[in-house]
Design a protein around this ligand. Structure first.
Ligand code: ADP
Ligand code: NI
Length: 213
């Protein structure tokens, strides 16, 4: 049994329950399930993986306007259920360095536990769920779906990455790249199929857009 799990779940549910960009509590539950699956093939600290998976989006600047306050809330929550400063530090090392946007210009070396949470989060960004979340996010932030004259961007830093693009370009700017960036063999295998689902979808989308199908 993982210490304080029930309270931490309640905390995350309260923080992300009404999130409407694709980072709601159901995303967290899927990431936790995927992390458990990946854990079966790795010799890692299960408690750290599960706790970091639950907390990974709470203080992200995509979902909050006050990341500093959320970081404090996370630390208070962990200390409140009995974890020590060393554990809190390990959790922040994971959630601060695992995101795609944090790794655009530098490559952060993650602990094995961090690599597992990163893989789980990235698996939920691809495949059928990934397609749905991307359109959901794009709609929320006022992106257009597609414009064949707008080319996918390359070499972006975080500020450029956060500027509006098109939903279809997001597949080229991020989602198609994730398969080859998976850390663990379990995630690499799951990513193969999800990649194909996205490739088929984008090809079909463009054919229908062009009226050739
Ligand atoms: P991270 O937290 O790893 O930095 P991102 O912010 O890149 O993750 O994205 C999380 C999810 O939000 C993506 O997988 C995608 O579904 C969606 N998303 C992010 N940026 C865009 C965008 N410009 N257009 C559409 N969807 C996006
Ligand atoms: Ni996430």
């Amino acid at each position: 049994m993982i210490n304080g799990l029930r309270q931490i779940r309640g905390f995350v549910q309260k923080e992300l329950g009404y999130e409407t960009t694709g980072h709601d509590y159901t995303h967290i539950e899927r990431v936790v399930s995927l992390a458990k699956l990946i854990l079966k093939g790795e010799d890692a600290d299960e408690g750290l993986v599960i706790i970091a998976a639950y907390l990974h989006d709470v203080s992200d600047d995509k979902v909050t306007t006050n990341p500093q306050a959320k970081r404090k809330a996370i630390a208070d929550e962990l200390i409140g259920v009995g974890y020590d400063q060393d554990f809190v530090k390990k959790v922040f090392e994971i959630i601060d360095n695992m995101s795609y946007s944090a790794n655009l210009k530098t490559h952060h070396k993650l602990s094995l536990e961090g690599q597992i949470v990163q893989d789980a989060d990235r698996l939920d960004a691809i495949g059928a769920i990934g397609i749905a979340r991307t359109f959901y996010f794009g709609g929320h932030f006022g992106e257009i779906m597609y414009n064949p004259r707008i080319m996918p961007r390359t070499g972006m830093d975080k500020a450029e990455y956060r500027k509006r693009g098109t939903v279809i370009n997001h597949f080229y700017e991020k989602l198609f790249k994730l398969k080859d960036q998976m850390n663990t063999p379990t995630a690499k295998k799951i990513a193969e199929h999800r990649q194909q689902v996205m490739r088929d979808f984008v090809a079909e989308f463009v054919d229908e857009w062009n009226g050739t199908k």
